[in-house]
Design a protein around this ligand. Structure first.
Ligand code: ATP
Ligand code: MG
Length: 350
């Protein structure tokens, strides 16, 4: 398997080093390549996603991505800003499915925004559609009959767009606890009515998965009231954007959460859900666990290597259960020390 490492900006390079240490311990038959992306690429080449990086991305089986974003370039033209690199990669690679697992690690219940007994039951996966919806529909501003300015963004989903994300979600549910909750707003939105119809159609191919439906407003409430009820949640781009950030706060630190962005095939891009964290970059205090857990997702989804993925996740859980904490969780362990702890937990696995 060919893995492209795109460390990017801010804390990206620091946490990438720790993921590489983990990869080295596993001694897997992978080839690694590296390229510049984001502000680092803009500084060197004048573009946040240079052609060479894009070519390497297309040729890779999987991409491990750190973070992009650098305040030094906040005022350059929009299409040259570091953040454009990730949007360009998603579009060029056809990454339409965003998977965000949220699981409560034993010993971290007190870090959750929820009561410990509610938080401890969280073990869910949000599958968010990434290429459609209101972000990509027609948009603009116009003048109304009475002379006011009016902004509009069209929310649209085609059957095939809903069908392909539904398949990803049903397959994910088959690999977990076989429950899928589809979140929409079918009582008021046409898009959502179509979404619901298509998801029900696709369900016929997955008789072993129990499908339920929930309106997004209720889902937001249930996620806080009783998150333990969810296994896999599938939803559109806008609702998924909001619900996945909400879910992340339910399990504690942003420094713990990984994500996968997948295409039709096995290719995928894997990254922590957090950004480049310029406020702590270069200080050696960033939590590398989200990056390390992103590597686990890469090995599972693009590498088909469930065993190595599970080994990494078990090692991270062990480190947290042993009380290792970075600054984001009120502790004093730095980036390198946390990476070393995972490495030694891996070496001690039997
Ligand atoms: P983006 O817009 O790129 O998604 P952002 O600027 O909204 O990101 P982040 O870069 O994710 O936000 O940072 C938000 C806060 O979380 C910052 O205070 C940052 O220091 C902290 N943070 C983010 N990632 C980590 C990490 N891995 N370890 C510790 N703290 C982190
Ligand atoms: Mg940012």
């Amino acid at each position: 398997m060919k893995i492209l490492l795109l460390a990017g900006d801010g804390i990206g390079p620091e946490i990438m080093v720790e993921a590489e240490k983990v990869l080295a311990v596993l001694a897997l038959p992978v080839t690694l390549d590296r390229a510049l992306v984001g502000g680092a690429a803009y500084a060197a080449t004048g573009h946040p996603l240079p052609p060479e990086t894009l070519d390497k991305a297309k040729a890779a089986d999987a991409i491990l991505f750190g973070a992009v974003g650098d305040p030094r370039f906040d005022n350059v033209e929009r299409h040259l800003r570091p953040e454009q690199a990730i949007l360009g990669l998603r579009a060029a690679l056809g990454l339409f499915a965003n998977l965000r697992p949220a699981k409560m690690f034993a010993g971290l219940e007190d870090a959750s925004a929820l009561r410990p007994e509610v938080a401890s039951a969280i073990d869910l996966l949000i599958v968010r559609e990434l290429n459609g919806d209101v972000y990509f529909g027609e948009k603009g501003t116009r003048t109304t009959a009475d002379g006011q300015r009016e902004g509009y963004d069209v929310m649209a989903y085609s059957e095939s767009e809903v069908r392909r994300i539904a398949h990803v979600a049903f397959r994910a549910a088959q690999g977990r606890n076989k429950r899928l909750c589809s979140v929409d707003k079918a009582n008021v939105l046409e898009t959502s009515q179509l979404w619901r119809d298509v998801v029900i159609e696709v369900a016929a191919e997955y008789p072993d998965v129990t499908l339920t439906h929930m309106y997004v407003d209720n889902a937001a409430m249930q996620l806080v009231r009783n998150p333990g009820q969810f296994d896999v949640v599938v939803t559109g781009n806008l609702f998924g954007d909001i619900l996945s950030d909400q879910a992340s706060m339910c399990v504690g630190s942003i420094g713990l959460l990984a994500s996968a962005s997948l295409s039709e095939g096995k290719q995928g891009l894997y990254e922590p859900i957090h950004g480049s964290a310029p406020d702590i970059a270069g200080k050696g205090v960033a939590n590398p666990l989200a990056m390390i857990l992103s590597l686990a997702m890469l090995l599972r989804h693009s590498g088909g290597d469930e065993a190595s993925a599970a080994r990494i996740e078990t090692a991270v859980a062990k480190v947290l259960a042993d009380g290792c904490r970075g600054a984001d969780l009120g502790g004093d362990m730095g980036t390198t020390a946390l990476g070393d702890a995972v490495v030694s937990a891996l070496n001690n696995q039997t």
